[in-house]
Structures are given as structure tokens and as C-alpha cells.
Design a protein around this ligand. Structure first.
Ligand code: SF4
Length: 205
């Protein structure tokens, strides 16, 4: 059944100038990343539970890539500097809060660094998602990011907007709001820029 969904999804992304590849496991996706990203490339990493499970930052650093990943920061100043450097890299690798079978990538961000890099800056972008992030339509994707991803991400990061307690979005204007930027990637000008790697396992929120 998932195979049929993948084929439809791939066709719809292709119409929007974005590629989709499928992997049975996260390790297979990791090997593919290591095979297509050159060792001499600079790489930005967008925070993602999926990528943390993959340990892609360690693998890239070990083989000699320059990697800007905010998780390597020792303090908030370093964190901000790494986020800024990641905006002008050769490649950007991240996860996503939702992708829709109709061909959209939907994300919310607290500070906005990840949605900025996916939108413009790095020459190439790889977005790795588990099958739990796939929904049918862009409307369902927005609903997912607000009602599923946001409460869990807020809790993980130690913020307490109303959705953490209610487990649903109430369109708050809390100072603790974690969804300050909502991004919908509808397509790409450059057909080689965005690749979506779908893993046939469940990862992240
Ligand atoms: S607007 Fe507020 S309640 Fe809704 S998802 Fe964002 S942080 Fe949560």
C-alpha cells in the first residue's frame, strides 16, 4: 500500500521540480547521503530527531566535511553563529514536520533558521522524513504540524505554549510560541535543488 502512495507522491513532487527517493531503513538513507554529498562540500544541518537518530553529523565530520550543526554549540552565541553559517553552505540536510502526497513540504520553526535554509541559501537540500510524516494534502500537513509536531517539539525544547497541555493548537500568541514561522514549499525553480528522502520507518514528531 505504501509503495502506491510513494509512487503518487514522487510523481507529484516531480511536477513541482523536486525529487523523491525511498529507503527501507535510515541506514540506507544515510549511505545514500554519504555517497552523493562530496567530501569537500560544506554542510548545514537543520535540527531533526530523524537526523539525530541517523548520526549523520558525526559521519560527515569523521570523513572530513565542514559541518555547521547547532547541536555542536557550547552556548547560545555559538548556536546562533552555527545557524547563520548553515545558511550559506553547499548542502543543507534536515528533516521536516510534514510532507503531503500532493507535493508540498510543510514546516514550522521557532527561530526560523531551518525554514530559511530550505527556502534559499544552500545550493542543494536533502530532507529526510519517516513515513509517519506523510499526509494526503497540504491542509492536513498544516494541521499535523500545528497539532502533532508543535506540542511535542515545544515539550522537548522546554517551552510551554498552550498546545503542550491541550495537545492541540489554539493559535496562541504566547511568548513561548514555537511556531513563529510556517513554511510551505510549493515547488522549486532549480530541479536539482531539493531531494526528499522517505524512510519506510517512523522517526521524529
Ligand atoms: S500557535 Fe501556539 S498553541 Fe498553536 S501550535 Fe503554535 S505554539 Fe502551539
Amino acid at each position: 500500500m505504501y509503495r502506491e502512495i510513494y509512487e503518487t507522491l514522487k510523481k507529484n513532487f516531480k511536477l513541482r521540480n523536486m525529487d523523491v527517493e525511498y529507503f527501507e531503513t535510515l541506514d540506507e538513507a544515510k549511505l545514500r547521503i554519504l555517497s552523493i554529498v562530496p567530501v569537500e562540500a560544506s554542510i548545514g544541518i537543520g535540527h531533526s530527531e530523524t537526523l539525530q537518530n541517523m548520526k549523520i553529523t558525526d559521519a560527515l565530520l569523521e570523513r572530513g566535511n565542514v559541518v555547521y550543526d547547532k547541536e555542536l554549540a557550547q552556548n547560545s552565541e555559538e548556536c546562533k553563529a552555527l545557524k547563520k553559517k548553515a545558511l550559506l553552505t553547499d548542502w543543507y540536510i534536515t528533516g521536516s514536520n510534514a510532507i503531503s502526497v500532493d507535493g508540498r513540504i510543510v514546516n514550522v520553526d521557532h527561530s526560523g533558521n531551518r525554514v530559511a535554509a530550505i527556502t534559499f541559501g544552500p545550493d542543494r537540500v536533502i530532507i529526510v522524513v519517516g513515513k509517519n510524516k506523510i499526509v494526503d494534502t497540504v491542509e492536513e500537513a498544516v494541521k499535523r504540524v500545528k497539532n502533532v509536531a508543535c506540542p511535542q517539539n515545544a515539550k522537548r525544547a522546554g517551552y510551554n505554549p498552550p498546545c503542550v497541555k491541550l495537545n492541540r493548537c489554539v493559535n496562541c500568541v504566547s511568548k513561548e510560541r514555537v511556531c513563529n514561522s510556517l513554511s510551505i514549499i510549493e515547488g522549486q525553480m532549480d530541479c536539482n535543488r531539493i531531494k526528499v528522502f522517505i524512510v519506510n520507518e517512523e522517526y521524529g514528531f
